[in-house]
Design a protein around this ligand. Structure first.
Ligand code: VGL
Ligand code: ZN
Length: 205
């Protein structure tokens, strides 16, 4: 069990913890609410060290191309400014968190928080080189955010207890985790108030 020492090059990225992706929402991730407590613990961990916290959000126009009425795969969700697009009220988003809105034009979808948002440059400007990623959903926005982050040269810590999958097909979430680990994401868990590398998960997949 090896502890991860957080320093000035670390940041936390919370992906799409929005009401529409939680139980009762229009595109609810099964058990999506289970990630909230571990994410709040991660927020505390980064906040006490004064490290930056980023929160992405799906921020679609009402006629977004991913919605069924436009021929897309999803029911309407996360319409910009709607209640469903708000962060969960149970999530303790820090006041100074940087909110990253994505997929905010009708004709493009963006599963990755890096896609068209300037997030990569913003992180580099701040001297961030390692990101802990958590949130929803494992098989869409978490997957694409992690793969893009690695592609952009960031070290990525993935927190399996703090992500949850849509699982349109059974196994989608597990496959997504396997892909992220193969590309170099490091699985970590919270233990005794710090992050530790979670070697058991890599062995399971
Ligand atoms: C997402 C489906 C559609 C996500 C966004 O945040 O994972 N999934 N739009
Ligand atoms: Zn969406």
């Amino acid at each position: 069990m090896s502890a991860i020492v957080l320093g000035p090059a670390d940041a936390l990225l919370i992906v799409d913890l929005q009401r529409d992706f939680l139980p009762g929402g229009s595109l609810a991730v099964p058990h999506g609410d289970r990630v909230i407590a571990p994410i709040n613990a991660l927020i505390d961990l980064y906040r006490v060290r004064r490290l930056p916290v980023y929160a992405s959000r799906d921020w679609h126009p009402h006629d977004h191309c991913s919605f069924a009425a436009q021929g897309g795969p999803w029911p309407p969700h996360c319409v910009a400014g709607s209640d469903g697009a708000r962060f969960s009220e149970a999530l303790r988003v820090p006041e100074d968190a940087t909110v990253v809105s994505k997929a905010d034009s009708a004709d493009t979808d963006a599963y990755s928080a890096f896609s068209g948002t300037g997030l990569g440059d913003a992180l580099r400007r701040r001297g961030v080189s390692r990101l802990a990623v958590c949130g929803l959903a494992t098989d869409y926005c978490v997957l694409n955010t992690v793969l893009d982050g690695i592609e952009e040269g960031f070290e990525v810590l993935l927190v399996p207890e703090a992500i949850s999958a849509v699982d349109v097909r059974a196994g989608d979430g597990d496959h997504a985790v396997a892909r992220m680990l193969r590309r170099g994401a490091v699985p970590v868990r919270l233990s005794g108030g710090q992050l530790v590398a979670d070697v058991s998960l890599g062995a399971q997949l």
